[in-house]
Design a protein around this ligand. Structure first.
Ligand SMILES: Nc1ncnc2c1ncn2[C@@H]1O[C@H](COP(=O)(O)OP(=O)(O)O)[C@@H](O)[C@H]1O
Ligand SMILES: [Mg+2]
Length: 296
């Protein structure tokens, strides 16, 4: 870690280096479950964001540590994508909010290019085939196209896309499109990966398969992930911690550690502990859903 004094808003003077110790980065769930004092990758404190009359989030704080898979669940319109946009560097929070990345205070804009993200819509380019969609972020970054294509080709089997390299988005199923978008996000190798409801538009069966598959991939690649969803089962099945958001203006209402052991097998969802945790989360989220429903 580079020891530099950072004030809020100080410009980035030198490249931010990965600070995760190899053990922590490779520890995945184990690291997340056992340590609480590691330097966070990202910390957002008392964040607010206002759009005209609408206060999307207010007083939102969260911390993500290396190797964790943190899920965020909340009712529709509570500010999940707003949070995502801030952490992705696409949107600045209001004055008074504090953001730190790898130990340093920074503007949200400084996170652009440092964080890999997959927005709520897959944003595949219809005129690019699977491989060329997958390498888009690397290409924009100025990497060698031929090398990036070769790397993407090697990753296809893992993402269940073997033989589909020359297909275009309109020739793929919904699940496949999401896997291409995820592959693009994984190829953009950053310490932190943000996923905004990546399986939200899929049917229940495909979604379950994708969740299992994502855990496999995550276990192998050992990235730190913030996963946004509106699905309590999904949040619980995937997460080391689940953050429940309040109705708008969104903030963290409940932070629930998930003690289910890893690797998580499909039948964990019927275990007593899963059911117990689900009830805790459902109670919290139901209260908030009711508020947003009444407000609407
Ligand atoms: N760019 C924007 N301009 C105006 N209002 C916005 C903008 N982005 C989000 N909002 C509003 O902020 C609130 C939270 O939106 P969002 O973060 O997308 O919620 P979620 O992802 O939880 O459904 C909504 O009321 C939405 O209409
Ligand atoms: Mg959203």
């Amino acid at each position: 870690m580079i020891a530099t004094a950072w004030r809020s808003g100080a410009p980035v003077a030198e490249p931010v280096r990965a600070t995760a110790a190899p053990s922590a980065a490779a520890g995945g769930a184990a690291a997340a479950a056992t340590t609480g004092d590691e330097q966070p990758i990202i910390e957002l404190t008392s964040a607010s964001k206002t759009f005209g009359e609408t206060v999307a989030i207010d007083g939102l704080s969260l911390t993500i540590r290396p190797g964790e898979l943190v899920t965020v669940v909340g009712p529709s319109g509570c500010g999940k994508s707003t949070l995502f946009n801030i952490l992705a560097g696409l949107e600045e929070p209001d004055a008074g909010s504090a953001l730190r990345f790898e130990g340093r205070s920074c503007h949200a804009a400084e996170l652009l290019g440092r964080v890999a993200f997959m927005p709520q819509r897959d944003l595949l380019l219809p005129w690019r085939n699977v491989i060329d969609n997958a390498i888009l972020a690397l290409e924009i970054e100025g990497q060698n196209k031929k090398k990036a294509r070769a790397e993407a080709l090697k990753m296809l089997p893992e993402f269940g896309l073997s033989g589909f390299e020359t297909k275009y988005p309109n020739q793929l199923s919904g699940g496949m499109r999401q896997r291409v978008a995820l592959m693009r996000t994984f190829m953009f190798k950053r310490d932190l990966m943000l996923l905004d409801e990546p399986f939200g538009a899929l049917d229940a069966l495909t979604r379950t398969m994708m969740q299992r598959w994502l855990l496999d991939i995550w276990q192998k690649h050992r990235r730190t992930v913030l996963f946004i969803t509106h699905d309590v089962d999904e949040a619980l099945f995937l997460g080391d911690r689940v953050l429940v958001m309040t109705a708008r203006p969104g903030r963290v209402k409940l932070e629930q550690p998930v003690t289910l052991e890893r690797p998580r097998l499909p039948d964990v969802v019927t275990s007593a502990e899963f059911v117990r945790l689900k009830k805790v989360l459902l109670d919290a989220i139901e209260e908030e859903s009711m508020k947003s429903f009444q407000a609407a």
